[in-house]
Structures are given as structure tokens and as C-alpha cells.
Design a protein around this ligand. Structure first.
Ligand code: NAI
Ligand code: MG
Length: 367
């Protein structure tokens, strides 16, 4: 099989961690007979330096054409004073917007060897593997009307102003992210828990009804449950292993996925994906990237942990290419290397030890 990939290393440690992903890609090509047609492009500050824009139309068009996009990180102090219209993150925002990536995937996966890094007790998180699917392009962050204005006819309002946002979801927006969640569940534990506040929000009632509709009509074989999002927050901390896939709206997903991230420890370990509508070949539009940024404080020193980016590529294999065996193999290799005590600097505990470099970590995972 042959897969086309656009690799956008970006800035800072984005370039360093992506070099380690290239080692994994080369290994799969040589040992598992997978053919990757890999193109590279510029994004963020690197693109600004070369072309005066954080994303050229040419790279944008290539992103739309490939099977999947893999991105490192963008940004850095050299670009902090640029006009907002050409800031590095605008390149990333343009990719997400024009590819219409409405489903943001944030796994919370706790490798046994790192369970003591979690904010929770080892027995609660060891072996944890859940996936939060957050709706990314609608909801209260985008809904109209919005604004801050004078509260004219309300003399009792001390300060005299009102701030307004609108939580608004169409049934179509809910159904498409629900479909994404059910599809993902089929490649994992076959269970979806949908979270909203149907007890107090109209959009929550619609959310619950539409997710149920997609389930009953299209995915009756996947187990579906519903939970109020506040209880969901509690349950994530109390007994996170009860979940497989969680699907929720933009606002709740923002908060719940950050909370879930801390169940697992270091920022250098967290992968993510953003998916859009299926393309002609049936694969979803997809962008895979580590959660972390360009880490200027350690860039260029060989200190970056490449695991978040390598696990993002494993997600690409699993969710874009239906290559579960290879994705499992990468995750098992990461697990094994961590169990052997191999650590980049961000994974060193208080009792110290010797950290490996970015390149050494990549080599160990490949080995
Ligand atoms: P950051 O995620 O780059 O770094 C936060 C802290 O975590 C730093 O101390 C860094 O050294 C450490 N860290 C991050 N990733 C690591 C890794 N793989 N291995 C070891 N340590 C790691 O966030 P920060 O410092 O707030 O932002 C730095 C730049 O990155 C800014 O320009 C920001 O705009 C940009 N950024 C870009 C993102 C993206 O491309 N998606 C996301 C977040 C920030
Ligand atoms: Mg957030």
C-alpha cells in the first residue's frame, strides 16, 4: 500500500522531533513494506522567513491533496513582534480552517513506566488509554451574537455592561462529529460516551438527541452512553479507565481534554489529531501534531522528547491508514523503551539519572 504524507516540521523543536518520525517512517518502509510518498513543506516562522507568509497557497493546496498532514510545531521569540496576520500560528489556523477539521482528537494514554508522573495515583492511571473527541469549529467560541455592550435598560447592573456569547450547534454539526467518534470507537474499544449539559442547555438536548440518532441509525453496534459534562469531569479524575471514546462540544472538550492530559504526565508525550470530512478515497482530511509548541527554551539542544510527535504519527497510521498493527507496534516500542528506563530530560524524576538526546530516543524506539 502507498500513502501520501505532507510533513511540515515548522519551527524550533518541531524540526528536531520530526527528524525522529522520519526514522520511524523509513523503518516501516524497509521492514513492513509500506510505501510512503513523503513531501516536506514550510509552515510558521520557517515559511515566513522564506516567503513572508506563515503558509503559502502552494503548501495549502498540497495539504488538501495528500492523505494526511503531519505537523511539528510553530512559533518562537523571533516572531513575537510580527503583525497578527503573518504570525506563525496563523499558518496552523489556516490549515485547520480550510481543511475544515471539525473533530479534534486528544488521547490520554498512560504508559506504565510513567504512571508516577501522573497527577493521580498509579493504580488509577496505569495502562490508561482513552480518546477525547472535541468538536472544534462551532459552539460557543464561534456562535453569534457575541460581544460586550452597554446594558442600557438595567439600572441594577453595577458597571453597566454585558458580555455575550452564544452556544449554537446545528444538527448537522453534531452528527458529523458524532460519526467521527463512532468510526474511531470501532478502531478501539467500541464504546462512546457523549458529554453535554442536557439538563440545563437547549444545545445539550439537541446534542444528546442527534448523537443518539447517529448511533441508532448508523452505528447500533457501538455501545453509546450519555453523561452530563460536570459529572464527566468528576469521573475522568475518579475512574478514567471506565471510558473509551468521549465525544463532546468545543467548550467542554477544551477543558476536559486539558484535564485528561494531566492524567498522563509530560507535555512531551501528548499526541493529537484533527479530522475533517471524508475525502474521495474514504479517508478523512487529517492533520496530526504533538500538543506541545516549539519550546524555544530547549530548541537546538537535542533535549526535546520526540515521543509526542512519534505517537502522532502512530495515530495517523491507525486513523488515516487503517494500519492498526503498525500503530500498535510503535506504541509497544515506546512502552518498551520507557520500561527500559530510557528518558529524555523532561521525563527525569527527582532522583535524576542520565537523559538521552532527541536522536538517541528516536534510535531506541526504532531499535
Ligand atoms: P511549549 O509547548 O513550546 O513549551 C512549554 C514547556 O514544555 C517548555 O518548557 C518546553 O521546553 C517544554 N516542552 C514542550 N515540548 C517538549 C518536548 N517535546 N520535550 C521536552 N520538553 C518539551 O509552549 P510555550 O513555551 O508556551 O510556547 C513556545 C512557542 O510555541 C510559542 O511561540 C507558542 O506560540 C508556540 N506554540 C505552538 C503550538 C503549536 O505549534 N501547535 C502549541 C503551543 C505553543
Ligand atoms: Mg486549551
Amino acid at each position: 500500500d502507498s500513502y501520501s504524507l505532507l510533513i511540515l516540521p515548522g519551527d524550533g523543536i518541531g524540526r528536531e522531533v520530526m527528524a525522529e518520525v522520519r526514522k520511524v517512517i523509513d523503518w516501516l518502509g524497509a521492514n513492513r513494506g509500506l510505501t510512503f510518498r513523503v513531501e516536506e513543506g514550510l509552515v510558521g516562522g520557517a515559511s515566513y522567513d522564506a516567503h513572508g507568509t506563515p503558509l503559502t497557497d502552494e503548501v495549502m493546496a498540497r495539504a488538501q491533496a495528500v492523505d494526511a498532514v503531519l505537523l511539528g510545531a510553530v512559533g518562537g521569540p523571533a516572531y513575537d513582534d510580527l503583525d497578527f496576520s503573518v504570525k506563525p500560528e496563523r499558518g496552523l489556523l489556516r490549515l485547520r480552517k480550510e481543511m475544515d477539521l471539525f473533530a479534534n482528537l486528544r488521547p490520554a494514554q498512560c504508559f506504565d513506566a510513567l504512571a508516577d508522573f501522573s497527577s493521580l495515583k498509579r493504580e488509577v492511571v496505569a495502562g490508561l488509554d482513552i480518546l477525547i473527541v472535541r468538536e472544534l469549529t462551532s459552539g460557543v467560541y464561534f456562535g453569534e451574537p457575541r460581544g460586550i455592550h452597554a446594558d442600557d435598560n438595567n439600572p441594577d447592573n453595577e458597571g453597566g455592561r454585558v458580555g455575550v456569547n452564544t452556544q449554537r450547534y446545528t444538527s448537522g454539526e453534531i452528527r458529523r462529529v458524532a460519526r467521527a467518534a463512532f468510526e474511531l470507537a470501532k478502531k478501539r474499544g467500541n464504546r462512546v460516551c457523549s458529554m453535554e449539559k442536557a439538563n440545563v442547555m437547549e444545545s445539550g438536548i439537541l446534542w444528546r438527541e442527534e448523537v443518539q440518532w447517529v448511533h441508532d441509525n448508523e452505528y447500533p453496534e457501538v455501545e453509546l452512553s450519555h453523561m452530563y459534562a460536570d459529572n464527566g469531569a468528576m469521573q475522568l479524575v475518579r475512574r478514567p479507565q471506565q471510558f473509551d471514546v468521549i465525544v463532546t462540544d468545543n467548550l467542554f472538550g477544551d477543558i476536559l481534554s486539558d484535564a485528561a492530559a494531566m492524567l498522563t504526565g509530560s507535555l512531551g508525550m501528548l499526541p493529537s489529531a484533527s479530522l475533517g470530512a471524508p475525502m474521495a478515497n474514504g479517508r478523512p482530511k487529517a492533520l496530526y501534531e504533538p500538543v506541545h509548541g516549539s519550546a524555544p527554551d530547549i530548541a537546538g539542544q537535542g533535549k526535546a522528547n520526540p515521543i509526542a510527535c512519534i505517537l502522532s504519527f502512530a495515530m495517523c497510521l491507525r486513523y488515516s491508514f487503517d494500519r492498526a498493527a503498525e500503530a500498535d507496534a510503535i506504541e509497544a516500542a515506546v512502552e518498551r523503551v520507557l520500561a527500559d528506563g530510557v528518558r529524555t530530560a523532561d521525563l527525569m524524576g527527582p532522583d535524576g539519572g542520565t537523559a538521552v538526546t532527541t536522536g538517541q530516543m528516536g534510535d531506541r524506539i526504532v531499535a
